[in-house]
Design a protein around this ligand. Structure first.
Ligand SMILES: C[S@@+](CC[C@H](N)C(=O)[O-])C[C@H]1O[C@@H](n2cnc3c(N)ncnc32)[C@H](O)[C@@H]1O
Length: 1003
């Protein structure tokens, strides 16, 4: 491997992070046609991030090609133009610095002299950034023009790699200039990464331990290309369209999924339609509900039955009454369409009636019978508290029941909410399941609550009617498969060149393919057809609102045969849309089951992957919920994949104390397994490309103020390094904007993309001092680079781990004074320390007042402090309180001093007229204007700041890190917001200057 000649890739140098993050965040709200709507999987990576990362991992950094770039006249001319102005600015800085030196005054260093090579590389990077910025847009998912541009760049770099490695001993296998290397993700999960690799023109391989994930990947990358361009085989389409018609991509396949899905629905209606009776609106019902009068005599399709669980009242006076555990009585809170349940108590019992309009006591209706966290519920009959202990005891003794609260039906113009009827309630109990999944859920696991209430098996979290429906739907997947096979054989008879390969093998393969999507339809539906699905006011809420099976006290039991929320046909529509909209169906793909600890699929492949995040998600346990139904649907198609009764758990690389004994054992298991898995990648991946690895980072895990240390994070880094990787970059990818800031800085969710290369076999050993010296030498330039790239302050500490860890992993070992190897934790701590120092050094560029304000802010924020302390600090910083009061940044009264908040600063401030202009004022006035008037107003002010604005940005970074460390969420939000808006404000400022410059010529 060492003989390979390779270039640094773009991802090892720069990324347009802001654009990637923005697109990733935006993608979260995109549903129609998004692959995440094919079937649920937890913690999916955004496609935007996956696409950008794989692209930047395959394309050379332009810094590697400056000679070639400068040989292009246009590029050379553009670089020369920019060099001229850069050099002039640099010479100005140098002159100031030299002068200051001569007079013995301190001044910021001018930095190194800009070169043509640097500039041409920078300009070329900008061009690649534009490609990425287009590439990450959801709208461009199937935009061939944009994708072709990206693919062309990948090919360009690939040809260079092939040319440089013609003499490589394995050139034939590794460097075929006519064939890009294939891609592999060994922790493929929901399949974002393999899918995007395929879209970028690579043959794609996905493996995962979990059969559900494998199935999803088959549906995403393996099946569509096999049947691309083929017409549907169902008799209806064939009759209507013949073999003609154009079936782009996998549209033919999608059409068959629709047709055979509809056939399944109709079969279900034939077999168990009686379990979903329509509800007749009677004159009696309309007596108290004038809104129902026009519907009297009509039979309405039920959308859902709303049930509340019940337990016996703890009040001895009502010990025989099953009282409801209702989290709310509101059915709809939509303005003008309110509906609610009213419990009517009579003697020793009660009944529910449904009313429309606003309840008299809205708050009481919203509360249902719940009584806040501690007390759980209140007895409907007596108001006596019902605590969770009572609920648990009752539930475990088999005395937890359910009571129908309301019926939701399909009206002509919207939903109709009806009171429960005995007939409708009785029909639910006529359902007699012939099968129920008896897989046990984990006990004593924070993410699985039903076992706490005696619901131990997966069968317990479905109603009998749901069990009957899911069993029949699963079995019908098999029947549908037989039908597809038969129809495919019939369709293959005419030799039209387009239809399926003649013969039963082709027909069987196609039938299996259609069955996969129908099976996924069953899994998708199960998510909406359990007794853990609350009513969301407008729709049935899915079982997995989060990565857990929580207890749900009142739930909506949907009607699979309706045309409303939670119905079967709707579920299949989502799947069809994904097939048509976002699956490339072009190059080959393969999805297999495999343990990442001992796989050999990565051999000579480009690898990007996203392993489990320590103890975050219990994939295998959670996915049993789907597995049991998918297995019943598809085990004849994939006997090996569905060989076991439940999802394999033992090899799953998660740190679960309940599985491994205790926390330490869980950590040891994770470290050992992850190291082995990483080892496989370091050994096998294609030598010309770095490996990229996503790892979730949760600030809530951090210890103390450093913000980067956590067991999961450290253990993972340890595994990566032990496996023989050196880091050549780390990039924070965010999918939640500033959420952490708003909630007090402890839930910020980032993924860090680690860029890894196998560590050189002859890597040297370093002392702690050498390591520190290297950090101090290299981090400042890296930081300036990150700041110039406008990295959000909130991401700076994580992004700085990259260059820091790159230094650490350059060595085989870093030894402390006693000869002991420095741990990852210690290295991270030194990196953070150096980061702080480097940021503090930037202070040297600030004026004395700003340096004072910064130090003061660090201690007091905008709160008051003693005048004496302020004065002492003034001596150290060479300024005075009275001077700063005059400057307008400080209030000093009755022996107390405090900094003005941005909102307290004067409205009419002009930097040109300020005789004691400070960087502090610049930052806070821009924030004032930005928060009050938006980016356009802030730009006007920025234009007046001119070249001084750059220092203001540096101060904003610095202030953000202070707030982060001090956990001052509100202020942090302002500084982060300022830096985030900086590029746009600067652009607007530049434009306004240009317009102003042009004005005189216009008139
Ligand atoms: C973070 S998820 C991947 C998510 C994926 N990138 C996506 O966008 O949906 C991690 C995956 O690792 C899988 N996994 C856990 N242990 C494994 C092992 N030993 N071998 C292979 N896969 C494993 C889990 O089943 C899970 O799907």
């Amino acid at each position: 491997m060492t003989m390979t000649a390779y270039k640094k890739k773009l991802i090892e140098v720069a990324l347009p992070l802001e654009a990637i993050n923005k697109a990733s965040i935006r993608e979260k709200s995109i549903r129609h046609g998004h692959p995440s709507t094919l079937h649920l999987w937890w913690a999916r990576r955004p496609l935007a991030a996956a696409r950008a990362v794989i692209f930047a991992q395959m394309v050379d950094d332009p810094g590697e090609h400056t000679d070639r770039l400068l040989a292009e006249p246009a590029k050379r001319r553009a670089a020369e133009r920019l060099l001229k102005s850069r050099r002039a600015a640099w010479e100005e800085r140098k002159a100031i610095f030299d002068k200051a030196q001569r007079s013995g005054v301190s001044a910021p260093e001018p930095g190194s002299e800009p070169t043509l090579e640097e500039i041409v590389a920078e300009q070329e990077r900008e061009r690649l950034f534009r490609i990425i910025e287009d590439l990450v847009q959801w709208e461009n998912t199937t935009n061939e023009e944009v994708l072709t541009k990206a693919r062309d760049e990948i090919w360009k770099s690939w040809r260079v790699a092939c040319a440089e490695n013609v003499d490589h001993p394995h050139a034939k296998e590794l460097f075929d200039r006519h064939r890009l290397p294939a891609f592999h993700d060994p922790f493929a999960g929901g399949g974002s990464l393999p899918l995007e690799a395929q879209r970028l023109g690579l043959e794609s391989y996905a493996s995962d331990l979990n059969p559900v994930a494998v199935l999803i990947n088959k549906a995403m990358i393996e099946i569509p290309p096999k049947f691309a361009g083929k017409p549907p085989v169902n008799p209806q389409s064939r009759k209507q369209l013949g073999a003609s018609g154009s079936w782009k991509g996998a549209t033919g396949l999608a059409e068959d999924v629709r047709y055979y899905g509809q056939w399944m629905r109709d079969e279900v209606e034939k077999r168990i339609g009686n379990l979903y009776p329509k509800v007749e609106v009677t004159a009696e019902m309309a007596k108290a509900r004038p809104d129902l009068k026009p519907l009297v005599g009509r039979k309405l399709t039920v959308i859902a039955w709303l049930w509340a669980r019940t337990v016996k009242s703890p009040n001895p006076a009502f010990a025989q009454v099953d009282v409801p555990l209702a989290s709310t009585f509101m059915l709809s809170t939509k303005a003008g369409k309110e509906a609610y349940v009213e419990p009517v108590i009579k003697g020793n019992g009660y009944r529910f009636i449904v009313k429309v309009g606003k309840p008299k006591n809205m708050e009481a209706s919203e509360r249902g019978t719940s009584a806040g966290k501690r007390k759980a519920f209140l007895c409907l009959m007596s108001g006596v508290p019902i605590d969770y202990n009572h609920v648990r005891t009752e539930a475990k003794a088999g005395r937890m029941g359910v009571q129908l609260m309301a019926i939701l039906a399909e009206g002509e113009r919207g939903r109709i909410y009806l009171s429960p009827t005995p007939a409708q309630e009785a029909v639910a109990w006529q359902a007699k399941p012939t099968w129920r999944p008896d897989t046990e859920m984990p006990k004593k696991h924070r993410n699985f609550q039903p076992p706490v209430y005696g619901m131990n098996t997966l069968g317990d979290i479905f109603t009998p009617r749901q069990l009957v429906a899911l069993t029949i739907f699963s079995d019908l997947v098999q029947d549908a498969r037989e039908r597809v096979k038969r129809d495919a054989l019939a369709a293959s008879l005419p030799d039209d060149g387009k239809s399926l390969d003649a013969g039963s093998a082709g027909a069987t393969a196609y039938a299996d393919a259609v069955a996969v999507y129908l099976g996924l339809g069953v899994g998708r539906s199960a998510n909406y057809w359990s007794a853990l699905t609350p009513w969301g006011g407008e729709f049935i809420v899915q079982t997995f609102g989060r990565q857990a099976l929580p207890m749900v006290w009142d739930y909506a039991e949907g009607n699979p045969l309706s045309t409303s929320t939670g119905n079967w046909t709707g579920a299949l529509k989502w799947i069809e849309r994904v097939i048509v909209t976002s699956l490339p169906a072009s190059l080959g793909g393969t999805a297999v089951q495999g343990d990442a600890q001992n796989q050999s699929i990565s051999d000579s492949k480009v690898v990007s992957t996203d392993p489990p995040y320590y103890d975050n998600i219990a994939y295998a346990d959670l996915s049993d919920f789907f597995y049991v139904w998918l297995r019943r649907s598809l085990r004849l198609v994939f006997p090996d994949l569905f060989a076991t009764l439940a999802v394999p758990k033992a090899e799953e690389l998660v740190a679960m104390p309940n599985r491994h004994g205790n926390n330490d054992q869980a950590e040891a298991f994770f470290l050992k397994g992850m190291t082995r898995a990483m080892h496989r990648l370091a050994e096998q991946s294609h030598p010309a490309f770095p490996v990229t690895i996503y790892y979730a980072f949760k600030q809530s895990e951090s210890d103390g103020g450093e913000g980067t240390a956590s067991t999961g994070w450290e253990t993972f880094l340890e595994a990566v390094i032990q496996a023989g990787f050196a880091l050549s970059g780390t990039w924070p990818i965010r999918t939640e904007r500033d959420q952490g800031l708003k909630t007090g800085m402890n839930v910020l969710a980032s993924s860090i993309v680690l860029v890894c290369r196998p560590r050189a076999a002859d890597a040297p050993t370093a002392t702690r001092r050498e390591f520190l010296t290297a950090l101090k030498a290299e981090l400042p330039a890296a930081l300036v680079y990150l700041q110039r790239g406008n990295i959000a302050p909130v991401d700076l500490a994580q992004a700085a781990i990259g260059p820091g860890m790159a230094v650490y992993t350059r060595y085989a070992k870093v030894l402390d004074a006693e000869g002991k190897a420095l741990s990852v934790r210690e290295a991270l701590s030194l990196i953070n320390q150096t980061l702080d120092e480097v940021l503090a050094e930037q202070e040297g560029d600030f004026d004395a007042d700003s340096r004072w304000a910064l130090a003061w802010f660090e201690q007091y924020g905008f709160a008051e402090g003693e005048y004496g302390v302020a004065e002492t600090l003034c001596t150290a910083k060479n300024t005075s309180v009275s001077g700063m009061v005059e400057a307008g940044i400080l209030a000093s009264k009755s022996g107390k001093v405090r900094l003005f908040r941005p909102s307290e600063l004067p409205n009419h401030w002009s930097p040109q007229e300020d005789e004691r202009l400070t960087v502090w004022e610049m930052v806070h006035h821009v924030i004032r204007v930005l928060e009050a008037g938006g980016e356009n107003m802030a730009a006007e002010l920025m234009a007046k700041l001119g070249s001084q604005a750059e220092r203001a940005r540096e101060l904003a970074y610095r202030l953000y890190t202070v707030c982060e460390r001090k956990k001052r969420a509100q202020e942090a939000l302002s500084y982060n917001g300022l830096v985030q808006s900086w590029p746009e404000i600067s652009r607007l400022a530049r434009e306004s200057v240009k317009v102003e410059e042009q004005q005189p010529q216009l008139f």
